[in-house]
Design a protein around this ligand. Sequence first.
Ligand code: DGJ
Length: 736
Amino acid sequence: MSAVKRIWFLVLLFSSLYTYTFAQEIRFDQQSRVFRIDGGNVTYAFGINDENALQPLYWGGRLGANDHVGPAHTNRGHASFDLPSGSTPQEFEGWGAGLFYQPALKITFPDGNRDLVLHYVSHHIDGDNLTIQLKDISRNVTVDLKYTIDPNTGVLGRSAVITNKTTTPLLIEQAAAASWSLPHATDYWLYYLTGRWAGETNVQHEPVRPGTRLIESRRGSTGHQNNPWFAIERGNSGDQDSGDVWFGALAWSGSWRITVEQDTMQNVRITGGYNPFDFGYKLAPNEQLETPVFYGGFSQHGIGGASRLLHQFEISKILPEGPKPRPRPVLYNSWEATEFNVTEQGQEELAEKAAKIGVERFVMDDGWFGQRKDDHAGLGDWYVNKEKFPNGLKPLIDKVHSLGMDFGLWVEPEMVNPNSDLYRKHPDWVLNFEGRPRTEGRNQLVLNLARQDVRDYVFGFLDKLLTENDIAFLKWDYNRNWSEPGWPAVAPDEQKKVYVKYVDNLYSILKELREKHPKVEIESCSGGGGRVDLGILRYTDEVWTSDNTDPFDRLTIQDGFTYAYTPGVMMAWVTESPAGPNHSPRSLDYRFLSSMQGSLGIGSNLNHWSDADFATAKHLIAEYKEIRETVQHGALYRLISPENGSEQSATESVSADHSQAAVFAFLHSSQFGYPYPRLFLHGLDRDAQYQLHWITEKPGGNLPESASGAYWMGHGVDLHLDGDFQATAFRLEKAR
Ligand code: DGJ
């Protein structure tokens, strides 16, 4: 190559690299004053309007690279009753200028002024991050809006940093992370999750109507009752895998609120952040408050596609070990077998039995510490109970290791029983209002983690526990919600900061523990699924889905769970039968198949098992290990939903490379001898050949031993299931 050619070649190479880096995901068009964010199959755009306010313009499927949206123009409303502040959707609206809808931010200044109008000041783009500064029109209060985009899934992350640049303190009465605006339409349908203890993640589905649907927790933590997630479909396709769906999840484990509002102009917006109920954050001069992140995404493949995108996003961007989290080990947990009655000998006997069936992690639950005989005493006293473990935990841990398993331990760090040494020494460490009764729940009170001394104590004992013992896993429990959420040790106008500081300290403890003990994995448990959200999942590897381990109830709970969360974090144990809230007998196969749809655990009392039970368990655990990567991290298709009293339910999980699919099918009860509906599979390579392997005994019926992806998806699968509480499962393996 001649010298000239070489130079020319280098110029071309660099200019192509330059164009490549320039084709970044976030752009600002100077002329139209429009921001455009692209990622995955999604475009999100908003502009600076003629009033200098930030106005949403578009959120949906990815637009052509040269398509323009905007510019943004203030909407003047249609009557004197609809002022421009309310009729012009904004990205992040202050309460001011006569806003009647949910503001993103509401502030009271010391002079009584409560008007806040936020205008664009400047912006900064840095790779996948955009920061825009807004400022009130006269007061020196700024809001830095942060946007991130995940290039693969198109999931956006939004949050706000509020800074007091005035010379006096101000009071934040309401602060959202973001407001999401949908395109103008009147046929939106909302999905959200409700529940209660032992009955979490029930899917609700209803039209978005004029007015506000409020989903929230006022409990100090995420709560079983609502989960900080929503999805909204345009129309009501009734089909899992078609239709436009917008969705969002708030990364916050404290009191939170999401409102879904259709205003008088038929604009639909979703606003989420700290729950304004009892909220009040005093911001001193130069102090900042950074809100949690509200994630939002869009799918053109229905609610099923929305869940799959969110699962992928959680695995790659939220989970502490992402983007390639280790598969969850099959665990054994002692709780349902022994409750508080744990002893060294009893645990070792269970461990021996668990190891024989292929369990990889042995977890000792509640009862091992302080004076813990039942739930009346011991919480707060995190020393090993010498009566139960005369030589500490080491002999048990060594035994578990010698059996080829790692060891996990239950803790409930944020709680204290009044009957404990800790409480006797530090009665002021709990949330309380001075001179008022301290309402107990499960005979316990909540330690005020917002206090630095409490934070240090909690970190200290956990750090010591993990330093002195070879512990691979903590089950971090939290068994009540707040009452009397006072913080008498600080000035009255600082006390409500507890709603923020508590959770910030919780996160900081988890973060620091993980940094110091990088091999330790953590489960978020709150009497089951009371603390499941994208905030806690940044620091925890899995969650306890529900204290309800009835395998039939679990089908509904688990189905709802997967609308918002990846099945890889969804712990599901095989427990005793009959047991659970319904005391209903179920076969061991049925119990296993229900649990194998998530991350498998065993919680049965193995001392009650027959040889046949051990053989079944050993076989099914081995089968689970064949499919767990697919179940935990693959693409989930809900083939038949168990909701609304359905007689059947079925799921399919497909591995990322489409080489494996795992199918689970359940029948509640046959009626009139109708056949099981044909299952049409998804996500396979049409032209590839897939071999069928039964996970449980082959049910009746004629299924080919091998067929193309086109066959499994197009022709479908007829399963011969009849009777009550029947279940079957198979996997398909792509021929090599
Ligand atoms: C509630 C949890 O959800 C259970 O699994 C168990 O760990 C108990 N707490 C122990 O007290």
